[in-house]
Write a protein that binds this ligand. Structure first.
Ligand SMILES: CC1=C(CCC(=O)O)c2cc3nc(cc4[nH]c(cc5[nH]c(cc1n2)c(C)c5CCC(=O)O)c(CCC(=O)O)c4C)C(CCC(=O)O)=C3C
Ligand SMILES: [Fe+2]
Length: 359
């Protein structure tokens, strides 16, 4: 039986220079009904940052940190980098991995959450890249490749620990009195989109419930009873309902109600990309400055050793437990041939462990 012998870090991608911005945004929004005006407004955010998103560098930093951690554990597992929306595109990376001889590949996706954007869309990316591989290298059918997507990690203690560390560090850097208000934020999505990925409980889909549950758990660990969990970076046509309140509207309400300072923690994202450095560090911070509301944005989990360690744990947990090509592909949740001693209850959920193979 072949062993998993490489890891693919699969992410969103971002532009590297001003000329990349519009083509990148067109890739992101193709077929998604985002109004042109919203696209142009978002392009401005990227231009303000020099036409460059920090996301690719964040991911490269993660690869460096993870590489060191895996080596320290005695695992020599090359890590490759592929994206959905910009270079290096995942189909090119998967082709390169194939040409380099890898046939059993683990995939780490850079979103913690279930639902379409965080999980299903990454599954589509993997399936699409494999499909493309069979066109680019028709012979690959005779010597096929298996990609195994590691599970969503929003309930993993390693992730929650890293979140807790980030928020605690923010609070410790501020005077304790008056206590700042803790505000969690994540990417808003349309209510209808959320309800497509369940189970739906009290009208909410899995993504919004996971964000609420993870926020509650981080607050509980910190002994904070009173906090808010809000949304950010809404797009889409105005008549379509998305999750609210928006972070900026909410900060206005807090300022009006006499709150003096806030710690904003972007629990929805793992690195300091544009939604964080523009929407929070710029828009939300400016609004707070105008309102006289103290603002501190807690760090994303980034390359916190606790978080890097979690990814290494996930890698090790699933690397040694079978890579047979007769394992079921996507849609066959719960039947992937992971040995039962490592299988977690959440592995059999849609965001759990998934094998993808040709075709
Ligand atoms: C849930 C979620 C995550 C978290 C899960 C995950 O991390 O994957 C996430 C992450 C990200 N979203 C990002 C950027 C963008 N998202 C957009 C649009 C949208 N996001 C959505 C949801 C999410 N997005 C949705 C429902 C849309 C509407 C269009 C659609 O239904 O797909 C648009 C188009 C313009 C606009 O409308 O804002 C852009 C440019 C970047 C990269 C930032 C950088 O470049 O540094 C990252 C990490
Ligand atoms: Fe997004």
């Amino acid at each position: 039986m072949k062993k998993f012998d490489a890891l693919l870090l699969l992410s969103f991608g971002g532009p590297e220079q001003p000329d990349d911005v519009m083509p990148f945004l067109e890739n992101v929004t193709r077929g998604r009904g985002v109004p042109r005006e919203r696209l142009e407004a978002v392009a401005e955010h990227y231009y303000h940052l020099g036409g460059r998103s920090p996301i690719n560098q964040c991911n490269r930093d993660m690869i460096t940190a993870l590489d060191a951690e895996l080596l320290a554990r005695g695992r020599d597992l090359p890590i490759y980098f592929g994206n959905r929306n910009w270079y290096p595109f995942v189909a090119d990376t998967v082709e390169q991995m194939y040409r380099d001889g890898h046939r059993r590949v683990l995939v780490f996706g850079t979103s913690a959450w279930d639902g379409y954007s965080g999980s299903v869309q990454y599954h589509e990316d993997i399936a699409g890249a494999l499909d493309e591989l069979t066109r680019r290298i028709p012979d690959s059918a005779d010597d096929p490749m298996l990609l195994r997507k590691l599970p969503q990690f929003c309930t993993e203690p390693g992730f929650l620990n890293a979140c807790e560390n980030a928020v605690r560090a923010a609070f410790e850097s501020l005077p304790a009195d008056p206590a700042p208000r803790l505000v969690f934020t994540a990417h808003s999505i349309p209510l209808a989109a959320d309800r497509k990925y369940g189970p739906v409980i009290d009208g909410r889909g899995i993504y919004s419930r996971q964000v609420a549950d993870a926020s509650a758990e981080v607050a509980r660990r910190l002994g904070i009873d009173d906090y808010d969990q809000v949304w950010q970076s809404r797009s889409g046509p105005p008549q379509v309902p998305w999750y609210e309140p928006d972070i900026c509207d909410h900060l206005t309400v807090l300022a009006d109600s006499g709150v003096q300072s806030v710690v904003v923690f972007p629990i929805g994202f793992i690195s300091d990309h544009v939604e964080v450095v523009w929407d929070l560090d710029n828009e939300a911070r400016t609004l707070c400055a105008e309102r006289g509301l103290g603002f501190l944005r807690a760090a994303t989990v980034g390359t916190d050793p606790t978080f890097v360690s979690l990814i290494a744990d996930l890698t090790e947990r699933y690397a040694d437990s079978g890579g047979d090509l007769d394992a079921p592909g996507i849609g066959d949740n719960g039947q992937v041939n992971v040995s039962s001693d490592v299988l977690r209850p959440s592995d059999t959920s849609p965001g759990g462990i998934q094998n993808f193979r040709f075709p």
